[in-house]
Design a protein around this ligand. Structure first.
Ligand code: 13P
Length: 314
């Protein structure tokens, strides 16, 4: 385990009411510019891969991501995270989630996520508890999900305004309290108006609809569970809403679509041009949206003084 642990880093973010971004890597050449953007801005962030990124995109495998991470990592400002390991995936298929989690733990991933959110409550509790035990035995934290963060499923998304107004699929506060108490999950991914960017069809390259967050629901979830909350679908949320959510208990913000579209949109110009776009998009998330330049010093206790002075270039 790398010191300080991801558990300690995210607990600190939660207490300081700031957030760590978690950047998804669907194409391996995206990882180097993401790490460089974190270094140049002095911000801390997770480098993340989800199963769908090696199944449906070009991340390769858990092993390939681990290898590339070893090559470009900077442990003063990065940790490696296994994102969404579904029990039932976006296409409705059962997944051998336990085998994936065990492989990631053996490879030295610094944190893992099990996603049982498509299961009934009790079954989600059971799968999550199993993964929490495996992760803790390896000395790393486990993230779980409760509620429906839509968007990865094929087919059109329900009307967003209707979805938000009805609160359909939002994480229930009382269930969240019981879920965390019964599973021991370290971090909880919640549904509070956030949606994932689409990953299939024409919508995959389209502009993601701007989502809003229910700040009251977030505050209630944070106080009921006492654990750092995770926001999935972090791309394209208006800054005011995002920052209010961080103030209400979001300690980790997953960002996928913004960086993926930056890469795909200029891949035809060559890898270096695409990497440059990814670098600029990552800097913008850090500095303009989350406003966390210099956060690595605060969250990792890396020493003092220089925090905050960014040297963005590339
Ligand atoms: P977006 O692609 O909407 O940013 O969501 C990413 C995510 O939540 C990965 O877990």
């Amino acid at each position: 385990m790398t010191n300080p642990s991801s558990t300690t880093i995210l607990r600190r973010a939660f207490e300081l009411k700031t957030a760590a971004p978690s950047f998804n890597i669907p194409y391996l050449p995206m990882m180097a510019p993401v790490v460089r953007a974190l270094q140049d801005t002095g911000a801390f962030g997770f480098i993340a891969v989800a199963r769908l990124e090696w199944e449906k995109f070009e991340a390769g495998s858990l092993e390939a991501v681990r290898e590339e991470y070893e090559r470009v990592k900077d442990e003063r400002c990065t940790r490696l995270h296994l994102d969404h390991t579904p029990v039932v995936d976006e296409d409705g298929l059962q997944v051998d989630y336990r085998a994936i989690i065990e492989r990631a733990l053996k490879l030295g991933y610094d944190s893992v996520m099990v996603d049982g959110s498509r299961l009934p409550f009790e079954a989600n509790v059971q799968a999550t508890r199993e993964v929490v035990e495996l992760a803790h035995a390896a000395g790393v934290p486990a993230e779980a999900e409760l509620g429906a963060v839509l968007g990865h499923e094929p087919g059109p998304l329900p009307d967003y305004d209707e979805l938000f107004a009805s609160g359909r699929g939002f994480t229930d506060v009382d269930e969240a309290r019981r879920f965390v108490a019964q599973t021991g999950a370290d971090w909880l991914s919640v549904a509070v108006g956030n949606i994932h960017g689409a990953i299939s069809g024409a919508a995959k390259s389209a502009h993601k609809p701007a989502a809003r967050l229910s700040i009251d629901r977030l505050a209630a979830l944070a106080s009921a569970t006492g654990v750092p909350l995770v926001l999935h679908g972090g791309s394209g949320i208006p800054r005011e809403s995002l920052l209010a959510g961080v103030g209400a208990g979001i300690a980790k913000v997953n960002v996928g679509t913004t960086l993926r579209q930056a890469y795909e949109g200029s891949a035809s110009l060559g890898i270096e041009a695409a990497q440059r776009k990814v670098y600029l998009a990552t800097v913008s998330v850090i500095m303009d949206e989350l406003q966390i330049e210099g956060s690595a010093n605060r969250l990792l206790d890396n020493g003092h003084s220089e925090g905050g002075s960014a040297h963005v270039g590339g």
